[in-house]
Design a protein around this ligand. Structure first.
Ligand code: COA
Ligand code: AMP
Length: 632
């Protein structure tokens, strides 16, 4: 029996005992007496009778253990040309002071704090400070526009906001205050206070009475101690795209998150305390929450916060420079980042310029890892390249290659095997398990493991209808896939309106809602087409209202701007065409999948239920004009 099988079987035979053992490796104020509370199923709660503090586990306990001088966070910004390191003692001091400043502004245990920050160390400090005082943070990615911020402000009703004066993209400086002010103006809920970190690249005008300069209120604040919270109390809310315009507020609870994330660092990533771990993502995404901030710090490692891009800041060698400069043992990034590097440096010449002897493993997630990219990286870097599959909802790996237990020989194109905690089944539409090699919906048998979402913020019914209704007794992942003859899992596609653009999870339904609000648009569809760099790209098709005689170019340009201004530049919505009609079934359902196949030049069959097949001729012509359907 392989080491992995032994560990997985140990979990299967005694799931609660397995997680109670893992719980020994974190500090509790009151240790758990039971692992899983099942009194209100299907709302499962892990470590509900325990108390703890996540910031204590991520910061203070390492200082107490004598590791206060160890580097906790290295900020590396090729955009500003700066690097600086915060030790665990520095992080303890800064989180305690910021926690005190938040308390001075009236923030108490259970209150929400919205964090809208670029990739600077203060973003991690802000998250940890909330955890320290028992406040619930909700980080919003910097590439989202005011409207997205406003929706989140109204949903989680934060008492305070922590932000910075600007974010830095390679080609421009993004002023954050106008975006935040716009959002607060739009929202019905008004946060009482904002703490603003002024950056030297662009300072912000502060609103008297509401805004406070970080450097004025934080350094002199009293140091807040770590507040005792319940194991099932929320640590944070992270919004993610669903099928509608309203994002889902995924809740992460303190106790289960501590236990599961701590377990993953050794067993999945093969990382020991003191090692340097780098997740090249953004704190606005789940990868940033779990693997830039919490897991590496909980495990006593050094984490890297990188403010830059894989290419162009300044070149396609920047990742290898960071690995070499900071002794990075494992890098976790999205396949799109590797594709971007490969496009610019196909021979991998930059790799040879750096001493990468410290580097052991490359982990990929966030979107499908295409075999060509995996093979290129494995050959050029000469380290194992591990694909693993997970979601905002789970917070950590559902399927992967447990390199700290045993490096399995996973075939390229597979995301690996189920991690302990996950009983993965491939189901047909009727909820029956399919044979290996057959495509189906990927579901996970309940209960989900520690750290997975217990419910959605303020939306128990939506939690049930979105995830638990289709297959009773299972969590519906929203992904389709199959197991091969040896049980290795392949993730094929989403089963809903979610698309993955440069590993950013976006909702085409949300884009359609925004386009439909354009005064000249009668009807629209947004589809995710294949993109060589970003994996997928959104393409819009709009039908105009009768009597609209404005030039089409003007209207489509307004549509592009509308998505940029309502959802944000990160949607990368650049292409939209005008058509007379959209293809539909006789019952009126838009045939999005057929349009995707036409755009991608993949084989498709005329849907039997199509209302008027002739509509597809115009769609094909329009997609060709937009640069797709080249073989049609
Ligand atoms: N704040 C403001 N704007 C942002 C932003 C932020 N934090 N992040 C991205 N944007 C903007 C970009 O400037 C760009 O704007 P533009 O349309 O004016 O050029 C747009 O959003 C799209 O950004 P991005 O997806 O980063 O594309 P890109 O063309 O700038 O770079 C890649 C392409 C492949 C290099 C880039 O997508 C990348 O690094 N991907 C890795 C993704 C990743 O790590 N995802 C995390 C999930 S694990
Ligand atoms: P997010 O919640 O933003 O992390 O996005 C989760 C979604 O990204 C999943 O449901 C998948 O559709 C996709 N995804 C994440 N990791 C992988 C992977 N390794 N292979 C294929 N798809 C992935």
């Amino acid at each position: 029996m392989s080491s992995y099988s032994i560990v997985y079987d140990r979990w299967r035979t005694d799931p609660e005992g397995f997680w109670m053992d893992a719980a020994q490796d974190v500090d509790w104020i009151t240790p758990p007496t039971i692992a899983l509370d099942t009194t209100n199923t299907p709302f499962y709660r892990w470590f509900a009778d325990a108390t703890c503090n996540t910031c204590w586990n991520a910061v203070d306990r390492h200082v107490e253990a004598g590791n206060g001088d160890q580097a906790a966070i290295i900020h590396d910004s090729p955009i500003t040309g700066t690097q600086h390191t915060l030790s665990y003692r520095d992080v303890q001091e800064q989180t305690a002071r910021l926690g005190g400043a938040l308390q001075n502004l009236g923030v108490e245990k259970g209150d929400r704090v919205l964090i809208y920050m670029p990739m600077i160390a203060e973003a991690a400090i802000a998250m940890l400070a909330c955890a320290r005082i028992g406040a619930v943070h909700s980080v919003v990615f910097g590439g989202f526009a005011s409207n997205e911020l406003a929706v989140r402000i109204d949903d989680c009703t934060p008492k305070a906001v922590i932000t910075a004066s600007c974010g830095l993209e390679p080609n421009r400086t993004i002023p954050y205050m106008p975006l935040l002010n716009g959002a607060i103006e739009m929202a019905s809920h008004k946060p009482a206070a904002c703490i603003v970190k002024q950056r030297e690249q662009l300072t912000a005008d502060l609103t008297q009475g509401r805004d406070h300069d970080w450097d004025a209120v934080v350094p002199g604040a009293q140091k807040a101690p770590c507040v005792e919270v319940g194991g099932a109390d929320p640590l944070y809310i992270l919004y993610t795209s669903g099928t509608t315009g309203k994002p889902k507020g995924v809740i992460r609870a303190n106790g289960g998150h501590l236990v599961a994330l701590n377990w993953t660092m050794k067993h999945i990533y093969n990382i020991e305390p003191g090692d340097v771990f780098w997740a090249a993502s953004d704190v606005g995404w789940v990868v940033g929450h779990s693997y830039i901030v919490y897991a590496p710090l909980i495990a006593g490692c050094t984490t890297i916060m990188f403010e830059g891009k894989p290419v162009g800041t300044p070149d396609a060698g920047t990742f290898w420079r960071v690995i070499s400069d900071h002794d990075v043992k494992a890098l976790f990034t999205a396949p799109t980042a590797i594709r971007a590097i490969r496009q610019v440096d196909p021979e991998g010449d930059f790799i040879g310029k750096y001493d990468l002897s410290c580097f052991h493993t490359l982990f990929l997630a966030g979107e499908r890892a295409d075999p060509a990219t995996v093979e290129w990286a494995a050959e050029k870097l000469n380290v194992p390249v591990i694909d693993h599959w997970w979601q905002t909802e789970t917070g950590w790996t559902i399927a992967g290659n447990p390199s700290g237990i045993e490096l399995l020989d996973v075939p390229i194109g597979s995301a690996g095997v189920a991690m302990p905690g996950y009983d993965i089944r491939i189901l047909d539409e009727g909820g029956n398990e399919v044979e290996n090699g057959t495509l189906g919906a990927i579901a996970v048998k309940l209960p989900l493991p520690p750290a997975s979402l217990p419910t959605l913020w303020g939306a128990d019914d939506r939690f049930l209808s979105s995830y638990l209704a289709t297959f009773p007794g299972y969590y519906e992942t929203g992904d389709a896939g199959m197991k091969d003859e040896n049980g290795f899992l392949k993730i094929m596609a989403r089963t809903d309106d979610v698309i993955n653009v440069a590993a950013h999870r976006l909702s085409t339904g949300e884009m359609e809602e925004a386009l439909a609000r354009h005064p000249d648009v009668a009807e629209c569809a947004v589809i995710g087409v294949t993109d060589a760099l970003k994996g997928q790209a959104p393409v819009g098709l709009i039908c105009l209202k009768g009597g609209t005689n404005r030039p089409h170019g003007e209207i489509t340009a307004e549509c592009v701007l509308r998505i940029r201004e309502t959802i944000g530049p990160v949607a990368a919505f650049k292409k939209v065409g005008v058509v007379a009609r959209l293809p539909k079934t006789r019952s009126g359902k838009i045939l999005r999948a057929t349009m995707v196949s036409i755009a991608d030049d993949t084989p498709w069959n005329m849907p039997a239920t199509i209302d008027d097949p002739a509509v597809l001729d115009e769609i094909t012509i329009t997609l060709k004009e937009l640069g797709y359907a080249s073989k049609a």
